[in-house]
Ligand binder design. Structure first.
Ligand code: CUA
Length: 360
């Protein structure tokens, strides 16, 4: 019998690797694996997808992300490299009817491609858990800042100082513990440069902590769609040295308690109550677009409602925002609880401040 019987072919298919791979092709496979390891290590070390993290927690998260990214790049090189190799080595030759040898199973390979992913996934789970524990540990020396989110502004209280601000100032190198609460809907506190994001809820207090490791100003965003002004619900985190931070607190405490400088007092109220989140007012450095522009409101307010003084119009517009809606702006956007939240001294201070805005 010169012809190969069907039985003989089946036996042949049990040992597919030895006839398929000669010495040159084994070298090609080794090159693919070495290239994958080098590419993975480079990707993990010089991750091009991320900027430099500006917090201790962010650096740990980036290191973990680098490991995941490195493994992913190595797998990509192995899969794509093997694919190209197999196409070149086993691709159907033009005008050939050959189908190649059918391979049914190959136990060593199956053990290998089960064991390696298992080890990778286990290692990543352990690393993730370590990072989670590390960044979630609150030091007893942490500095507490209270965060209040509302449509569409951030408000930060520094307990024990009487200072509130809608720009977040924090000292460098000290862990900050944020206790967060929302006055209305769900918002989300996000500082991309710190790699930290957490929801701020109306029915509970959520906590979050981080330690800034770089001086400077970083954008702070709301990352949950919370209404028409969501895109404007932005602020800044200003990281200062401990001395500069204390000086800022002292200066704010003075401006926010004193009535000797009505403009500074009014400006601090404008910030404290989040007015700058929605309105433009040059004197306060505010550029919000959700509500009417308040430049020159001190002049315009007198002409709005016949028989009503500018002061009365402004006061009514603060405590009962739906009383007069400026054409082109939506109703029910401005909070309607300022009368409950502001002391009468604060309300007077804010009305006086807005009356001072004479420049259009
Ligand atoms: Cu608050 Cu989006």
């Amino acid at each position: 019998m010169s012809e190969t019987s069907p039985k003989a072919s089946a036996v042949e298919s049990r040992e597919p690797l030895s006839p398929a791979f000669d010495r040159r092709q084994r070298i090609a496979l080794v090159i693919i694996v070495v290239a994958a390891i080098i590419a993975g290590l480079l990707a993990a070390r010089y991750n091009p997808l991320l900027t430099h993290a500006a917090s201790r927690e962010g650096s740990e998260i980036d290191a973990l992300f680098g490991h995941v990214f490195g493994v992913a790049v190595a797998i990509l090189v192995i899969v794509e490299g093997s694919l190209i190799f197999v196409i070149v080595r086993f691709g159907i030759v033009a005008r050939s009817e050959a189908r190649g040898v059918p391979i049914r199973d190959y136990l060593p390979l199956e053990i290998l491609w089960t064991a390696i992913p298992f080890m990778i996934v286990t290692w990543l789970a352990v690393r993730s858990y370590q990072v989670m524990v590390s960044i979630g540990t609150v030091s007893p020396q942490a500095y507490v800042v209270e965060v209040r989110a509302r449509q569409f502004a951030w408000e930060f209280d520094y307990p024990g100082t009487g200072v509130s601000s809608n720009e977040l100032h924090i000292p460098l190198g000290r862990q900050i513990l944020f206790r967060m609460h929302s006055a209305d809907v769900i918002h989300s506190f996000w500082v991309p440069d710190f790699r930290i994001k957490r929801d701020v809820m109306p029915d509970r207090i959520t906590e979050m902590e981080f330690t800034a490791t770089q001086l400077g100003t970083f954008p702070l965003l709301c990352s949950r769609l919370c209404g028409v002004g969501h895109a404007f619900m932005r602020s800044n985190v200003v990281v200062q040295t401990s001395d500069d931070f204390q000086a800022w607190l002292t200066q704010q405490a003075k401006a926010q308690s004193s009535t000797t400088d009505p403009a500074a007092y009014g400006r601090s109220l404008f910030a404290k109550y989040g007015c700058s989140g929605c309105h433009t007012l040059s004197d306060a450095g505010a550029t919000g677009q959700v509500g009417p522009n308040l430049n020159g409101i001190g002049v315009r307010a007198a002409e709005r409602v016949p028989g009503q003084s500018a002061g009365e119009y402004i006061r009514t517009s603060i405590i009962n925002p739906n009383a007069y809606i400026v054409p082109g702006y939506p109703a029910n956007v401005m909070p309607q609880d300022f009368q409950q939240r502001m002391s009468s001294q604060e309300l007077d201070g804010l009305v006086n401040y807005l009356l001072m805005q004479q420049e259009p």
